[in-house]
Design a protein around this ligand. Structure first.
Ligand code: ADP
Ligand code: MG
Length: 547
């Protein structure tokens, strides 16, 4: 067994693999890689157990790809993977590993994509197939995928595949394989059904376990906040405003919670979307694409939906709900702090959940320190600092003549007064109540009330006061039409081409909806939306009549 970090140079990689790995920026092999690679090269069957994010793909990918004969156009390796996203991710990682090798073709195959396209690519000759069990089985039955020359098969995320009910499909596929092959199984957990699989389909497998939390935990700063259920949403927004993460993930325990929370965040103007198993594959793909290219800042997810998803650069993981299973805690926070980056995990707990949190700390040996929620004053300070930085950079950029002329026309006031007034206008909301620290004084009315967190400008507070910069529009569509805040935001941003974050409160009543939009954009919005539809219904949108 290896001890300590291992350099890729110390493993017996081909020069092409070594160069590719260096291009990928890997400095040293992860524990699962350093323990698996040479064993796999030697032809052994393997059970590899380690958490998400520990580099299992390259652990099997490097030796597997080195084995492929580019001159043989037949399928030589098959990887079974639980989801389409994972199949695609694995193919992408494989293609990176293949950068310095010609003639090895990798194809992901999964349900949801037209099978004809897959068939025609398979016909052209593909040596490595990465597929979901159902679709792979389908191709085998159609005889469009022939496994007679497969010498290595990988079951990736085996526990997940079994949880998803793929057991029969997996067995079907394995039965169709040549007996004389190498079988690699990777899984984060080792429940009994996995052991049965390995007994039946592997030959004298070597079990390699990387002790949990050696990799993920140390570089992750973990904090918990005592937050009551009713204030979690405000607490989350507060922390996001204070920390301004570029990408964050928020975990909830159920699909329903994911839907609720992502809607609430959208209603407050955040770029958030939910991911869970009930979404159609195409929707999931869209969400993941947006998250990867950063048009989405906050991904709200269940544990199952998030597993195996590989996005680096997640700044903060929020445990909005305390995970039910201690092991989930490790999985969740392992989303951040990847590849040696500094990651942070914030966990909400209230009342009796604190005991559960202690159990998690005990089980994971994690140090989770108690955090203090930033106050509105803290946020103001942060915003002020960001604002002054921004102002400085604008001044340094120059090209301000037009604006200097405007200021000069206000000769009755000093430049200092004008600047201060602008700052106040832009930044501060003196009437804001800090409901995380005091009981809210005003009750919300009976409508579903969504207020945005004013990240761009502090022009709105959450007590329902309307700012003079905003005007209120009326739309004749409401709860009875099942309209949700993101439908409204989507329609306005889509039709009028304005960013979602400038949209203010959205109040959805039974028959109609009010939405606040910046005064300066109102005419444009009314104009562009004159003919538009929301939820398939042609809507009327107009200035709201004053109460
Ligand atoms: P797992 O399958 O164990 O969940 P992945 O194979 O998806 O993990 O790897 C997680 C991330 O870590 C990927 O972005 C991958 O490119 C990266 N990675 C893999 N091996 C290394 C390494 N040796 N050094 C740095 N990053 C790595
Ligand atoms: Mg993986």
């Amino acid at each position: 067994m290896t001890a300590g970090p291992v350099k890729f140079e110390e493993l017996s990689l081909s020069p092409e693999s070594l160069k590719a790995v260096q291009d990928m920026g890997f400095e040293e092999a992860t524990p699962i890689q350093s323990q698996c690679i040479s064993l796999i090269q030697s032809g052994r069957d393997i059970i590899g157990q380690s958490q998400t994010g520990t580099g299992k793909t390259a652990a099997f990918g490097i030796p597997l790809l080195e084995r492929i004969d580019p001159d043989n156009p037949k399928v030589q390796a098959l990887i079974l993977s639980p989801t389409r996203e994972l199949a695609i991710q694995i193919s992408e990682e494989f293609n990176k590993l293949l950068r310095y090798r010609q003639g090895v073709r990798v194809l992901p195959i999964y349900g949801g994509q037209p099978i004809e396209r897959q068939i025609s690519t398979l016909k052209k000759g593909v040596q490595v197939v990465v597929g979901t069990p159902g679709r792979v089985m389908d191709h085998i039955e159609r005889r469009t995928l022939r496994l007679s020359q497969v010498s290595i098969v990988v079951l990736d995320e085996a526990d997940e595949m079994l949880d998803m009910g793929f057991r029969d499909d997996i067995e079907f596929v394995l039965e169709k394989m040549p007996e004389d092959r190498q079988t690699l199984l990777f899984s984060a957990t080792m429940p009994a059904p996995i052991l049965e699989l390995t007994k039946r389909y592997q030959r004298d497998p070597k079990h390699i376990t990387v002790i949990r939390n050696t990799l993920t935990v140390p570089s992750i700063e973990q904090t918990y906040f005592e937050v009551r259920e009713s204030l979690k949403l405000d607490a989350l927004c507060r922390l996001i405003d204070a920390e301004s993460p570029t990408l964050s993930m928020v975990f909830c325990n159920t699909k329903k919670r994911v839907d609720e929370l992502s809607e609430q965040l959208q209603g407050r103007g955040y770029f958030a979307e939910g991911l869970h198993g009930d979404l159609k594959q195409s929707q999931r793909d869209l969400v993941m694409r947006k998250f990867r290219n950063r048009t989405l800042e906050i991904l709200v997810a269940t544990d199952v939906a998030a597993r195996g998803i590989d996005v680096d650069d997640i700044d903060i993981v929020f445990n909005y709900d305390l995970p039910q299973d201690e092991e989930y805690y490790i999985h969740r926070i392992g989303r951040t702090g990847r590849a040696g980056r500094h990651g942070r995990a914030f966990t909400f707990a209230a009342g009796r959940e604190i005991y559960k949190l202690r159990e998690i700390m005990h089980y994971t040996k994690a140090k989770i320190k108690r955090g203090k929620m930033p106050t509105l004053t803290d946020i103001e300070e942060i915003k002020t600092r960001q604002f002054t930085e921004k102002i400085k950079s604008i001044i340094e950029e120059g090209a301000m003549t037009k604006y200097i002329n405007v200021v000069e026309s206000m000769i009755d006031y000093s430049a200092l007064d004008i600047a201060a007034a602008l700052l106040k206008y832009h930044l501060y909301d003196e009437d804001a109540e800090d409901i995380l620290f005091e009981e809210p004084k005003k009750q919300y009315n009976q409508s579903q009330h969504y207020s945005r967190s004013d990240r761009q400008e502090r022009s709105h507070d959450r007590t329902g006061k309307v700012n003079k910069n905003m005007s209120r529009l009326f739309i004749n569509i409401g709860k009875k039409d099942k309209v949700r805040p993101n439908d409204i935001v989507g329609a306005i941003t889509g039709e009028a081409g304005i960013p979602g974050r400038v949209i203010g409160h959205i109040d959805i009543y039974e028959d109609f909806t009010f939405v606040d939009v910046p005064k300066t954009l109102t005419n444009k919005i009314l104009d562009r939306m004159a003919q538009s539809k929301i939820k398939g219904k042609k809507v009327k949108i107009e200035w709201a009549k004053p109460k």
